[in-house]
Ligand binder design. Structure first.
Ligand code: NAP
Length: 425
């Protein structure tokens, strides 16, 4: 029997689905010893740090991740950053193959004047902040104003818009970071505008996310009927299926009578941002529209216009992903998930995608390399490793701490705290 050592870098959905695909490809002749590296002491990637806290159902996929992690031949090597604690080249020398599953964690920039003003914040930072990512808890954000603008027409813009507009009482029973939750309770934001640069037919929202909006009790959601009728006439009688469902969901929102309550979430279309204005802090945004330039006042601006990968020595950034061909970066080096295809698709998209890449990876394996256990090198270099048992202790402690407050979990917000709990025997 041949046992191949495979490293997966990044413990998010794409990483777990890659591990699952490898586990499914095992047989009497071939087995895989899978090491999953993660720079944080906590795994699950965007399921922990990206999915909106008011969408707990989406997070239940973490049960699948834990099943994969507890299968034979799998090791979590947490709190180890590739490119910092150990170079990618060391993994390539040591393992039979390496799969990069680090996602695209940096927010894209608009590249228009005024982006450096205070309270102009990327969704990448804002989402990590409210989800308790330890590196983002010091985010400087001022929620004392009344109006927020969110630029972008994707599901992240919608998550962000909802989180800002919701009555924070609705977040009390979620795993929102305690720091963010306290700030939401003190927030004066009451009017949130999600602003798309193109017409409603081009919006990247998905219909299920749109359909839930009219049911939110604490928010009046507003879409102008004219924006939808114009979009419908532009798409003609046979629009693509997802465009049809989206426009239908948006039409329903436009037709739903408003409740006349204080908290508003409005959608604006055909507003292309051209400048962000203010002295020191954002005060307004100027948009180009079919009716000329429009300037809209705001106290907070969140840009939710996509994500980019980070630089890692040994990987070439190619637009919004790492350069790869159908997942293959170079011999023995692969990319899966957003690292492979850029920031698109829902969590489930990564399953079939990772399975295809792992098939390719496995098809190119010949004979296992002879190599020692990389943990010996890591331990020698003084890195504190969080393994599956350590993470399980953190996970259980968070869940237990949350129970007392009626939450699914109360997240630790500091790496030191996590490491302490992880190492408690
Ligand atoms: P996205 O779906 O690609 O949307 C990005 C949006 O930004 C688009 O509307 C795009 O408009 C706009 N944009 C880009 N550059 C812009 C600019 N310079 N000025 C103004 N607008 C600009 O990205 P995302 O929202 O970050 O989501 C990433 C992926 O995660 C998506 O596949 C999404 O569905 C998924 N996700 C899913 C969920 C869920 O299932 N609940 C939640 C969050 C995220 P144009 O089309 O005009 O370029």
């Amino acid at each position: 029997m041949k046992v191949f050592k495979i490293a997966i870098v990044g413990a998010g959905p794409a990483g777990y689905f890659a591990a699952q695909a490898l586990q499914n490809l095992q047989n009497d002749e071939v087995k895989f010893s899978i090491d999953m590296f993660e720079r944080l002491p906590t795994p699950w990637g965007l399921v922990r740090s990206g999915v909106a806290p008011d969408h707990p159902k989406i997070k239940t996929v973490s049960k699948v991740f834990e099943k994969i992690a507890n299968a034979e031949g799998f090791r979590l090597i947490g709190n180890v950053e590739i490119g910092k604690d150990i170079p990618l080249s060391a993994l390539q020398n040591h393992y039979d193959a390496v799969a990069i599953a680090v996602g695209t964690p940096k927010g894209r920039r608009l590249g228009i004047p005024g982006e450096e003003l205070k309270n102009v914040i990327s969704s990448a930072d804002f989402v990590y902040w409210y989800n308790g990512h330890p590196d983002y808890q010091d985010l400087e954000i001022d929620l004392t104003g009344r109006r927020a603008i969110v630029i972008g027409a994707g599901n992240v813009a919608m998550d962000v818009g909802r989180m800002l507009a919701l009555d924070p009482i609705e977040l009390d029973s979620t795993d929102t970071s305690e720091i963010a939750l306290n700030r939401f309770h003190g927030s004066s934001i009451r009017e949130v505008s999600i602003v798309a640069r193109r017409g409603a037919e081009h919006a990247a929202f998905t219909a299920p996310e749109l359909r839930e909006l009219p049911d939110l009790d604490s928010i009046d959601v507003k879409i102008q009927e004219v924006d939808i009728s114009k979009a419908l006439s532009r798409v003609g009688s046979e629009p693509e299926k997802h465009v049809k469902s989206n426009l239908e969901a948006m039409r329903l929102i436009a037709e739903t009578p408003t409740k006349g309550i204080e908290r508003e979430l409005e959608f604006l279309f055909e507003h292309k941002p051209i400048s962000i204005n203010g002295s020191g802090k954002v005060e307004s945004v100027t948009f180009e529209t079919p009716h000329g330039e429009v300037t809209k006042e705001c106290d907070l601006l969140i840009t939710a216009i996509g994500y980019l990968p980070v630089q890692i020595a040994g990987l070439e950034v190619d637009g919004n992903r790492y350069r790869n061909n159908e997942g293959e970066i170079s011999s023995g080096l692969y990319a899966v998930g957003w690292a492979k295809r850029g920031p698109s698709g829902v969590i489930g998209t990564n399953k079939s995608d990772a399975a295809d890449v792992m098939k390719l990876l496995v098809s190119k394996l010949e004979n296992p390399k002879a190599s020692h256990d990389i943990l010996l090198d890591l331990k020698e270099s003084g890195v504190t490793i969080v393994d599956q048992a350590g993470w399980t202790r953190v996970n259980e402690a968070e869940v237990q701490n949350g129970e007392a407050k009626g939450k699914p979990r109360l997240k630790f917000l500091e790496i030191e705290q996590m490491l302490e709990i992880a190492s408690t025997k």
